[in-house]
Design a protein around this ligand. Structure first.
Ligand code: IMP
Length: 428
């Protein structure tokens, strides 16, 4: 049995797409277990940036199976577009891509409601892809799963009930009858598209495990966007944490071997919500420009700050992370001095563990420790010992602060720009 979870330890955008692409080569199956097309995983394919939103990047290797498990919410229009983009690159997905029967479908009304809630309710800064409203329907037990969509009678009945349930919020914004017509009008095209992909993915994973296949579980977003352990309510509506694999893919906890946490060398977040280490100065601008910190899904510019060890320590604990990859270390190479947030301070109290209180999250001040800049080039380095000594010290200090070993260092967007700190270890 060989299973590995790769997940984000901050607010998403840590570079998981590239890491999964790097590790997929060793895997047989790559499985997405939560989120939807709110995610944007950027990687370099055939020397050009390439963004995948829903389909795991393992699809770029012709011998890998990719599963979209039950914990994911699926926008069929967006999925079809993604499949078409891959087809243009001569990447065949039929027979390799499978979608859980129990994955819930995102409909146009979910996107409309996402927008209405953003504009008229608490602004979360969502991606407006309908993710929250689709998960809300799942929890309300009125959602439409892939298997329901394929049974036309069942689907039509559910659609009718959903539109009645949503009438109050949609009524003054649009003509509900036209919306219904549009959804039914799309039915043949989307159900025909979806049918060959639908499978019992939990069963497939079980079978693969029994055959000793290597399975990589890929999260979207990050631990600080987790519905339970993130900066609630400024979170996404699913569980990117390691525990999410059990419910989101139908796998028992004893079947999970290891968890690799992905962390950026500094911190970013998109959308609203607390962000203790946020910088409004030239260092923040430097990270944004050097790191090209603009959202892969929405194009929004990301908020940037120093590395926050309170956040990553929280992630290490919640996910039981033993091994980490640090990404974008090259984006710090021009700085004269570097700060690391080691604790939060609020009303003369020091917090080393991530606080759940909204007030403390919002008003806490970062407690920084300072280190000298790297004083040397990082980009292009191919082994740990060749990194400038200050860069090595930075990595070792972060390890000590967050409590897990940094076994991979990423120095650029390409797959090859990764250093294996302890030599070529096996990840499965
Ligand atoms: P939603 O997932 O679209 O509902 O958005 C909820 C919050 O999660 C917002 O702050 C989004 O900006 C954030 N978010 C969702 N997906 C991602 C992602 O892939 N990377 C970073 N932030 C994300």
């Amino acid at each position: 049995m060989s299973t590995l979870i790769v997940l984000g330890t901050q607010w998403g955008d840590e570079g998981k797409g590239k890491v999964v692409y790097y590790l997929s080569k060793q895997a047989d199956y790559v499985v997405r277990y939560q989120g939807g097309n709110n995610a944007g995983h950027t990687l370099i394919f055939e020397d050009k940036p390439f963004v995948l939103h829903l389909i795991p990047s393992g699809i770029l290797f012709p011998d890998k199976y990719c599963l979209i498990a039950n914990g994911v919410v699926v926008d069929l229009k967006s999925l079809k577009e993604e499949v078409n983009v891959l087809a243009k690159k001569k990447i065949v997905v039929k027979g390799r891509l499978f979608i859980s029967e129990q994955a819930h479908i995102i409909f146009p009304y979910h996107k409309i409601i996402d927008g209405i809630l953003e504009d008229e309710n608490v602004k979360i800064g969502t991606t407006r892809k309908g993710i929250g409203p689709a998960y809300a329907d799942k929890v309300k037990r009125i959602g439409v799963r892939a298997i329901d969509y394929l049974e036309r009678d069942v689907f039509e009945d559910l659609l009718e009930k959903n539109l009645i349930e949503k009438a109050a919020i949609l009524e003054n914004k649009m003509d509900i009858a036209s919306l219904k017509k549009e959804i039914l009008g799309d039915y043949s095209e989307f159900s025909e598209f979806l049918r060959p992909f639908v499978a019992n993915t939990s069963f497939m994973i079980e079978e693969a495990i029994s055959k000793n296949k290597k399975i990589l579980f890929e999260s979207a977003q990050g631990t600080l966007l987790d519905l339970d352990f993130g900066t609630y309510p400024f979170v996404t509506s699913s569980n990117p944490i390691a525990g999410g694999v059990c419910s989101g893919a139908g796998v028992g906890p004893t079947k999970i071997n290891s968890v690799l946490g992905v962390m950026k060398a500094y911190t970013t977040r998109v959308g609203e919500g607390p962000f203790t280490v946020e910088l409004f100065d030239e260092v923040g601008d430097y990270f944004r420009e050097k790191g090209e910190e603009y959202g892969a899904t929405t194009g929004r510019s990301r908020r940037c700050g120093w590395f926050d060890s309170v956040v990553v320590r929280h992630s290490v604990r919640v996910n039981d992370i033993k091994r980490l990859i640090i990404t974008k270390l090259d984006c710090m190479e021009d700085l004269d001095k570097i700060k690391i947030c080691v604790a939060y301070k609020y009303k003369n109290n020091i917090y080393k563990d991530f606080p759940a209180s909204r007030t403390i999250q919002k008003y806490a001040e970062p407690v920084y420790e300072e280190m000298p800049g790297f004083n040397g080039k990082v980009k292009g380095v191919t082994n740990f010992k060749s990194l400038p000594i200050n860069a090595q010290r930075y990595i070792k200090r972060l390890e000590g602060l967050v409590g897990a070993s940094i076994d991979l260092v990423s120095l650029g967007r390409k797959r090859e720009e990764i250093i294996e700190v302890n030599g070529g270890t096996s990840w499965f």
